[in-house]
Write a protein that binds this ligand. Structure first.
Ligand code: HAM
Length: 421
């Protein structure tokens, strides 16, 4: 038996209705907010990610699926989509057509992480990017879009955590102050944070290791080191959120795992998820275009949601959706009548009635059992009389009643019945 790769998940037919439910809401809300979909390759040149996400992040260091293809090029299965979107925007000159871009996407991503509840090696994200503006209204717009999605999905129990990382100047200044502070406590930090100290000290701030928490709780706060434009941007963003009825929690230690962020960062956290409590997050990335050698700064902000985590929340909340079942099952008393069975099944389908038929030449009893298992509303039975006279027996599987009808009347009967339920 060859099994699937650890950390990947087969999404089985019985799980599909909830995926479709989520996808439908994502389409609806994206349209409502005037965002257009983009579909991008699932692999890219490695540098698309290594150059932008940050050489010292866990994502680039430990989690990327990188390989050399047969031509000797270094290729990476996308671990996130923001960098790919920026690459595509530049390559396809999208900013020449419109100076503001509203883009959304949905698709699989790959991260070599330790699998656990809500953490997979292949997972799916929905994301939205608002590119071309530094206005705080755009920061709020992205969070409002996320909230609308949660409202439409019926997810109400979650927290919005926000913070600011300021502009590059403020962040650099704060980094120095932070390093100075942490240097005095380095021996007490967790081994992981000791490594981070030299490489990516800001990431120590959102460590969950108890050894780090106390030290971090006493550390200098970035808010005290922001320059005026950074502080104003943050204050304005919060004001717009408040005005639009968004409740949020400020956490000065929220940093997030990707290095391209500046100014606003945020996460959506749910009590239903356990250790991996964040089911979405994002932030501003005003310097990302320049990392692709784009000649000018293009301010942008976006976010992404983990679909598997959204589905865990919906299931924990008790959402149960019916599978899709065909309306009719066409059965026959004799395998010789299969030609008519196929013809009638096709006729039903042409009239928008979903239908399947017996393919194993089983007894009528077995076929009726199968029809019940398939949860169809009607079984159409072709017997000797029916085959010869052009009539069929229509059995209502709910109440067991049977009637003999012409084919035309059968179609009308089923269509009327469907119209009533
Ligand atoms: P991220 O926080 O790395 O952000 O991922 C966003 C969401 O993807 C997470 O909140 C989580 O729900 C889901 N996720 C991440 N890793 C896994 C995993 N191993 N298994 C299951 N779900 C996972 C980004 O990727 C940014 N590109 C978001 C963004 C868009 N920032 C600006 N624009």
């Amino acid at each position: 038996m060859i099994s699937s790769i650890r950390g990947t998940k087969d999404i089985l037919p019985e799980e599909i209705p909830v995926w479709h439910f989520v996808e439908k809401k994502l389409h609806e809300v994206s349209n409502l907010f005037g965002f257009s979909e983009i579909r991008l390759p699932i692999f890219e040149k490695t540098e698309v990610f290594s150059r932008t996400i940050g050489a010292d992040t866990d994502l680039v260091n430990k989690e990327m699926y990188t390989f050399f293809d047969k031509g000797g090029d270094s290729i990476t299965l996308r671990p996130e989509m923001t960098a790919s979107v920026v690459r595509a925007v530049i390559q396809n000159n999208l900013l020449q057509q419109s100076s503001i871009l509203r883009i959304w996407y949905l698709g699989p991503l790959f991260r070599y992480e330790r699998p656990q509840k809500g953490r997979l090696r292949q997972f799916h994200q929905y994301g939205a990017e608002l590119i071309g503006t530094n206005e705080p209204e755009a920061d709020a717009e992205i969070i409002l879009l996320a909230k609308e999605i949660f409202d439409k999905l019926g997810i109400n129990d979650y927290n919005i955590i926000i913070n600011t990382l300021g502009n590059t100047f403020s962040r650099m200044r704060y980094k120095e102050i932070l390093v100075e502070y942490l240097r005095n406590h380095i021996a007490k930090l967790s081994p992981e944070s000791q490594v981070r100290f030299g490489k990516n000290p800001l990431r120590i701030l959102d460590s969950k290791d108890p050894r780090d928490l106390e030290i971090v709780s006493e550390c200098p706060r970035i808010l005290n080191y922001l320059d005026k434009p950074s502080l104003e941007h943050y204050e304005k963003t919060k004001k717009i959120l408040e005005k639009n009825g968004i409740t949020f929690i400020e956490n000065p230690f929220l940093v997030r795992g990707l290095d391209y962020y500046s100014h606003t960062v945020f996460e959506f956290q749910s009590p239903y998820l356990g250790a991996q409590n964040s089911f979405g997050g994002g932030g501003r990335y005003n310097e990302l275009f320049e990392q692709f050698n784009y000649p000018k700064q293009v301010p942008a902000i976006g976010f992404a949601l983990g679909i598997e985590r959204i589905i865990i929340i919906l299931e924990e909340q008790g959402l149960k959706l019916d599978n899709y079942y065909p309306t009719a099952y066409v059965a026959t008393t004799k395998p010789e009548y299969l030609d008519m069975v196929v013809e009638i099944t096709q006729l039903l389908r042409k009239n928008n009635i979903s239908a399947i038929y017996e393919l194993q030449k089983r007894s009528l009893k077995a076929q009726l059992k199968e029809a019940n298992r398939q949860k169809v509303l009607f079984t159409i039975i072709i017997g000797d009389e029916e085959y010869q006279n052009g009539f069929v027996t229509l059995k209502n599987m709910k109440d067991g009643t049977q009637r003999t009808l012409t084919l035309n009347d059968t179609l009308t009967y089923i269509q009327n019945y469907q119209g009533q339920i």
